[in-house]
Design a protein around this ligand. Structure first.
Ligand SMILES: C[S@@+](CC[C@H](N)C(=O)[O-])C[C@H]1O[C@@H](n2cnc3c(N)ncnc32)[C@H](O)[C@@H]1O
Length: 429
């Protein structure tokens, strides 16, 4: 396909935003392909039938015998939830996920609220209002749980609280607005909340006052670039994908690294003093020997670099100079495709998860989610924003901030702590 590669124009996700059809006869950087697949307003994954599970009534953990019972109950509620949706409109390709915010509502949100109120009182009260931004608010559950908690426990702080959501998906932004009007309790919060329906990457207004910036399970869908290395020269090559006239995909690695990926590689190197996982971990001599064997690959495995996450840190640094970040995401994921920091690429069909082995698949049908290397990201965040941070496991964070007795089962197990072992929480200190 090299002839086509030369001929076809290079396009970006931004240029494809207004298109209603998937592009053909073009080439793109891997990060633009991923961004277009996930976020294109017409055919992207997030613009389609994505639904975040909500358990309805909160689970009563204290009444359960053990974690096993929670598992069974959750399975039952999941099925009921989907049966109800199918009654309204059957859908074999509905994409349904769950998050700790939803499974452990309101306890998870209350733990975050406690963290916010304590830190606000320590460092900003009474000189500043409590301003909370939440990027990617899903069903709006965390917002409601946080506001309910502050109203019930600390009316003087509640009086001074403002909550702003930055949400890329118009469907979810609408749902969040509906949640606010659902009952008298939530209606009471309406004057405190603003829902801004745009991507965080379109943000263009400086927020000079101190604020908290929440991002729960949003980094995992930020687009990444793919890099492979020449095993002999160690030269990096950047991943691009060609889409031919039939809509088939061909990946190409090119020696010119675009300015964004190139900056990522430089900042990472400086921020980590050169210590980070790398696909070329063997010694140079071993690698040379290996490449002389027949059928040996002429490039290393890919590594996926979170260029969009770096750009998110740039947004924080530029527009939210006095922010304090509170973010949670997966530090490791099962069933990833091959490579370092590689994503899971999967879809749901007839209520079953179907994983595939490459990100270059029919745009909009597949979730592409990446683990976050918290060690490297913490150093990059510090380097870009000049702020200090603390990274804890999901369990450690919740042991500090949740009332853990509320989620304990009768036999002493605690799903709030024992689930999401693969998630971490990063906060600005
Ligand atoms: C996996 S959901 C998590 C939802 C919620 N935070 C929770 O934990 O239940 C990811 C959310 O981030 C939003 N999102 C993804 N990329 C975004 C971006 N660039 N700007 C704003 N919101 C974004 C999605 O639309 C969705 O609401």
């Amino acid at each position: 396909m090299s002839g086509e590669y030369e001929k076809y124009p290079m396009v970006t996700a931004d240029q494809l935003k207004s298109r209603r059809e998937r592009p053909r006869r073009v080439k793109m950087l891997t990060r633009d392909f991923i961004e277009d697949s996930l976020y294109n307003p017409s055919y992207g994954y997030f613009s389609k039938q994505v639904v975040i599970f909500t358990p309805g009534e909160p689970f009563k953990f204290n009444a359960m015998q053990d974690e096993q019972e929670f598992h069974q109950l959750l399975g039952r509620r999941y099925t009921e939830f989907e049966d109800k949706l199918d009654e309204k409109q059957p859908n074999d390709t509905r994409q349904l996920w769950h998050t700790p915010t939803e499974l452990f509502r309101p306890y998870y949100g209350e733990a975050i609220a406690r963290y916010l109120v304590v830190n606000y009182k320590l460092s900003q009260y009474p000189y500043h209002d409590l301003i909370i931004y939440e990027m990617g608010a899903g069903n709006g559950t965390l917002m409601l749980n946080i506001l309910d908690y502050i109203r019930d426990t600390d009316p003087s702080v509640y009086d001074r609280t403002k909550f702003k959501i930055i949400e890329i998906s118009s469907n979810l932004a609408k749902l969040q607005a509906q949640q606010l009007l659902r009952n008298a309790d939530s209606k009471g919060h309406a004057s405190k909340v603003e829902i801004i329906n745009k991507s965080v990457f379109e943000w263009s207004q400086v927020v000079p006052e101190p604020c908290y910036f929440l991002a729960m399970e949003v980094f995992d869908n930020f687009a990444h670039d793919a890099i492979r290395y020449d095993p002999v020269t160690e030269e990096p090559l950047q991943g691009t994908v060609l889409i031919d006239s039939n809509g088939d995909f061909y990946d190409f690695y090119v020696p010119t690294i675009d300015p964004v990926a190139s900056r990522y590689l430089r900042v990472r190197h400086a921020a980590t003093a050169g210590r980070y996982p790398h696909p070329l971990s063997q010694s140079r001599i071993l690698r040379k020997l290996r490449t002389s064997l027949p059928f040996s690959p002429n490039l290393s495995d890919p590594e996926y670099i979170p260029t969009r996450l770096m750009q998110f840190f740039d947004v924080l640094e530029k527009y939210f100079p006095a922010h304090r970040l509170v973010t949670s995401d997966f530090h490791v994921l099962p069933d990833t495709i091959k490579g370092i920091n590689a994503p899971v690429v999967q879809t749901r069909y007839q209520r079953r998860t179907v994983p595939v082995s490459t990100p270059y698949v029919h745009q909009g049908y597949f979730d592409i989610l990446f683990p976050t290397d918290f060690h490297v990201m913490e150093l990059m965040y510090r380097a870009i924003t000049g702020k200090l941070t603390n990274a804890l496991s999901h369990e450690e964070f919740l042991r500090r901030w949740a009332y853990v007795e509320e989620t304990e089962t009768k036999n002493g197990e605690n799903p709030l702590l024992s689930w999401y072992k693969n998630a971490s929480v990063l906060t600005t200190v």
